[in-house]
Ligand binder design. Structure first.
Ligand SMILES: [Zn+2]
Length: 233
């Protein structure tokens, strides 16, 4: 698990470097599908002091198999996402400013431009509100189940829409590995800022037309993608 722990440490530090987290906010995890194990940031450890040995390894039931520290408080949310979508190899949660503003607006983020369409195929959904009973029952686990429920209900493919806004809370993003999940978090933050200004500086902007959303997404990620120099991640 050494390599996965190093990768998770690197991903967490990258969030700081990219300006997506302050203090000890934010957490990155990665999933080793073959072993059925998840490596995740420990809870409340300052980024500057964190080492790969601090990264906690658990199975999908949340049983710790490696590590002396308590895992991130959001661990159960990450586990629900991996259980439902095994094609995902890394999950990230931040309270990055602009994406969190959208989560606090409690609305789906429409696709207004091609920067958005290049990475997120259509709108970024906002989940439903969690009920009081659900908060009491198992807040983090049910937060994950609501994310899964939202993706499925909206008929979204979690690989082409690699993130979601948790209602009144903040974004969760993911990818096939840590690098792509970090990239998706950076992109979500940038498009959240752009889309916010678009929404409030235009007269009722309509989402971009579907044909151009498809063109932009597919030239990067579609079966006949032609963006970049090699197979794009
Ligand atoms: Zn949070």
């Amino acid at each position: 698990m050494r390599e996965l722990k190093e990768k998770v440490l690197e991903g967490n530090l990258k969030l700081v470097e990219c300006g997506l987290v302050i203090l000890t906010w934010g957490n990155v995890s990665a999933y080793d599908r073959e072993k059925g194990l998840v490596a995740i940031k420990p809870s409340g450890v300052p980024y500057a002091e964190m080492t790969a040995d601090d990264i906690v390894v658990l199975d999908l039931d949340g049983k710790i198999v490696e590590g002396d520290l308590r895992p991130s408080t959001d661990t159960a949310t990450h586990l629900e996402i991996y259980k439902a979508f095994p094609q995902i190899g890394s999950v990230i949660h931040t309270h990055s400013k602009w994406a969190t503003i959208w989560a606090q607006m409690r609305m789906d983020m429409p696709c207004f431009g091609t920067t958005h369409a290049d990475f997120f195929f259509g709108s970024v959904p906002c989940t439903r509100e969690i009920t009081d009973d659900e908060i009491d029952e198992n807040y983090e686990k049910i937060t994950g189940q609501i994310i899964v429920e939202t993706i499925k209900k909206r008929g979204k493919d979690p690989i082409s829409v690699p993130g979601i806004l948790a209602y009144g809370h903040a974004p969760f993003t993911w990818g096939k590995d840590v690098d792509s999940a970090v990239k998706n978090s950076v992109v979500l933050e940038r498009i959240a800022e752009m889309n916010y200004y678009t929404l409030f500086n235009s007269k009722a902007p309509a989402p971009l037309k579907q044909s151009i959303i498809e063109k932009h997404y597919n030239r990067k990620f579609g079966p006949n993608a032609y963006y970049g120099q090699e197979k794009h991640n």
